[in-house]
Write a protein that binds this ligand. Structure first.
Ligand code: FO1
Length: 307
């Protein structure tokens, strides 16, 4: 089973399901980025994983759908509506479906499973919680904003002083999350942002304790390569929030829940520091330039557990 954020995790998972039976894979997705816009319930990370595993994700952005058009957004812009969060015409159907089903009383778990089935996924995708658990971003300016306001509207350009995960802490795990963690042969922490993608999942009530108990079975992949995040603001955020922006910094964050860290060959020189932080270091090429490269990384992760 795997803990997943958005684009980096989705790419890794697309590689994983090429080397293991997807029906054996359970993914727990971050919902700390979820928000409501235009009255629509939007779950970006769950959708990114679903679209990528279904082979219909936009290959340029990693999020949204391939071959997408934005005519509804253009019309909305003409009306003076909020158009900074680009919802494609086809992607809108997902949010309309989710919003309608939630309004009718379905849980986010139900809707996530329905969307995954409709797109032909064999892997099981669970939200971390069925309850809203938005990550609250405190900016150094003193303002408090939603995750997407920080990440997309303000282009993660403003320094952050704190990430408030209180809503995740108050949320109960979705049905099946704790059981999946308890029963998995292998728990993978996907190459996602440790602070905004993985920390919200860890914060959900009861999850950290089960993860800690499964530490020996858990392999994490560092999303930081040579001090830089391959995408997004993970490197800057780590620094702003008092962590080291390196594989070593990632190891210090993950040591309580994972025995092994897979880090990039560019960081081979950090293996000793990673081990000093309490994690076994496995060095390989972690940059997923192609589906083959993602599958090769998945193979290394699987072997890292069995060794
Ligand atoms: N990311 C952007 O940078 N700009 C967007 O306009 C945007 C729209 C969007 C629509 C649907 C969706 O599922 C994801 C979308 N994302 C967009 C990605 C998303 O906001 C972030 O990558 C994740 O929340 C971080 O994992």
């Amino acid at each position: 089973m795997a803990l997943a954020g958005g684009v980096g995790a989705a790419k890794f998972l697309a590689g994983l399901v090429r080397v293991v039976d997807p029906a054996e894979v359970t993914v727990v997705g971050n919902t700390g980025d979820d928000f409501v816009l235009h009255g629509l319930a939007i779950s970006p990370d769950l959708d990114t994983v679903t679209y990528t595993l279904a082979g219909v994700a936009n290959p340029e952005t990693g999020w949204g759908l391939a071959g997408e058009t934005f005519r509804a957004m253009e019309a909305l812009e003409r009306l003076g509506g909020e158009s900074w969060f680009r919802l494609g015409d086809t992607d809108l159907a997902t949010h309309l479906y989710r919003t309608g089903r939630l309004a009718a009383g379905a849980s986010l778990s139900d809707v996530t499973a329905e969307l995954a089935a409709a797109l032909g996924l064999s892997a099981r995708l669970l939200p971390m919680s069925d309850e809203p658990a938005p990550t609250l971003v405190h900016l150094a300016s003193g303002e408090q904003v939603s995750f997407q306001e920080y990440f997309v509207h303000r282009r993660h350009a403003e320094p952050v002083s704190n990430l408030d995960l209180a809503p995740a802490r108050a949320a109960r795990p979705a049905p099946g999350v704790l059981a999946a963690l308890e029963q998995a042969d292998l728990v993978v922490v996907c190459p996602s942002n440790p602070l905004v993608s993985i920390a919200p999942i860890r914060a959900v009530a009861g999850v950290e304790a089960v993860l800690a108990a499964r530490r020996a079975a858990t392999v994490a992949v560092s999303p930081i390569v040579a001090g830089t995040a391959l995408r997004g603001p993970a490197d800057r955020l780590l620094g702003e929030l008092g962590h080291e922006a390196s594989a070593t910094g990632v190891a210090r964050l993950y040591a309580p829940i994972a025995a092994t860290l897979v880090l990039d060959q560019a960081d081979a020189g950090l293996a000793e520091q990673v081990e000093a932080a309490g994690m076994r270091a496995v060095v390989t090429d972690t940059i997923m330039r192609s589906p083959d490269a993602a599958a090769a990384l998945a193979r290394v992760v699987l072997e890292a557990r069995s060794r």
